[in-house]
Ligand binder design. Structure first.
Ligand code: GTP
Ligand code: MG
Length: 369
């Protein structure tokens, strides 16, 4: 079996060995700089860094990283990805509904059904991709993953309720992921709304409003009465401009799974947010422990599309299994590579699962003694 040392792999890609080691850890492989890794693992790592392994030469000179997947790719501006977070029932989905009504495309499409938990809104100033998250306490993991795929978090806090558990938790996730927050103080139409209280409570959590001398943008909204929605969109565009978001739409696609399920007619499907590159029909990919070929793609309106670029959420059909939310989605050259990588990953997962399981059963054994 062909192998390459971690150090050589890193050197070929002109990255630090520590970065390769970190990626390996992400795959569940503990490695040191001199340790050999097998071809399949090396291919996954290389793909993660935007390289392709040329296999023809492996016998002679070991593994060589010969070319970047897409050479000389240019970084072009891309639209922002915004995740809406906050405590349960504070009005996240209502705000998104209100925003969608301002969508110029909405009129034509009629009553848009929300096919996936992420969708595009075309506003006067530009496109925005929104990701909705549930506020229920059980969905911590989803909020944490939401924070990872996003450029901006809109934190929704109901003015009649103030800062609650999932408000704090959302702030924590956003700050951990180093994502800027825009606060939407919602339900300002309510009699018992207390906007200043929300501002005070959030100031104690490092979110001091601009008009109080702080740095956080606040918008006062009523999703119900359609107040402040335009200014929220403006704030998002303003912040997006400052962030100067870029991607290379000409390279092979990579993205992250937002949600995935087994669909009756379509088999395993995943909603993938494309983060870089462009995904095309017919391309092979690896996603978590699974592989596949893009058999069909649906956009957020449920329409068939044949390609999807950066910041676009898309439902991908043609997966060999159901991946987990947060899994990385990477396009690879061919079917063999896709399968190999998926096999290596599922093997690793099974190994670690077995490891955990045997420990648990041992513990149980001791309990019973
Ligand atoms: P989860 O997804 O369950 O966490 O809730 P959510 O944050 O998405 O809240 P949702 O949009 O479902 O709204 C919860 C309730 O608050 C609904 O009954 C809405 O009609 C109501 N609501 C939302 N926004 C406003 C508002 O601005 N004013 C008033 N009065 N009610 C609102
Ligand atoms: Mg909701």
């Amino acid at each position: 079996y062909d192998t390459i040392s971690v150090g050589d792999l890193a050197q070929n890609m002109k990255v630090k060995a520590s970065e390769v080691i970190a990626k390996l850890m992400g795959l569940g492989v503990m490695a040191t700089i001199n340790q050999p890794v097998d071809t399949d693992t090396a291919m996954v790592i290389a793909a993660d860094f935007g390289y392709e392994v040329e296999q023809g030469v492996t016998e002679e000179i070991g593994m060589q990283m010969l070319r970047e997947a897409e050479e000389g790719g240019e970084q072009q501006p891309r639209s922002p990805v915004v995740t809406v977070m906050g405590h349960v029932d504070h009005g996240k989905t209502s705000i998104l509904d209100a925003i969608r009504k301002t969508d110029v495309a909405h009129g034509e499409a009629g009553g848009i059904t929300q096919h996936i938990g992420a969708y595009r809104v075309r506003s006067g100033a530009g496109d925005v991709t929104f990701v909705d998250t549930p506020g229920h306490a059980a969905f911590t993991e989803m909020r944490s993953r939401g924070a990872q795929v996003t450029d901006i978090v809109v934190l929704v806090v109901a003015a009649d309720d103030g800062v609650m558990d999932q408000t704090r938790e959302a702030i924590h996730h956003a700050q951990a992921a180093d994502v800027p927050i825009i606060v939407a103080v919602n339900k300002i139409d309510k009699d018992n709304a207390d906007i200043d209280r929300v501002k005070r409570e959030l100031s104690e959590l490092n979110l001091m409003p601009e008009d109080w001398g702080g740095e956080t943008m606040y918008c006062e909204t009523s999703a119900k009465k359609n107040i402040g929605i335009d200014s929220l969109l403006e704030s998002i565009q303003l912040l997006a401009e400052i962030l100067e978001l870029r991607a290379d739409k000409d390279r092979k696609a990579r993205g992250r799974v937002i949600e995935a399920q087994l669909h009756k007619g379509r088999g395993a499907v995943a909603t993938v947010l494309i983060q870089d590159g462009t995904l095309h029909l017919g391309e092979y990919f690896v996603v978590g422990q699974y592989s596949g070929k893009v058999r069909a793609m649906l956009d957020d309106k449920g329409q068939n599309i044949d390609q999807a670029g950066p910041s676009i959420p898309v439902e991908v059909q043609g997966l060999s299994g159901v991946p987990s939310a947060g899994d990385e989605f990477i396009v690879v050259t061919d079917e063999k590579m896709a399968r190999n990588v998926a096999n290596v990953r599922s093997l690793k997962a099974r190994e670690s699962e077995l490891g955990v399981k045997s420990k648990i059963s041992l513990d149980k054994l001791f309990e019973q003694m």
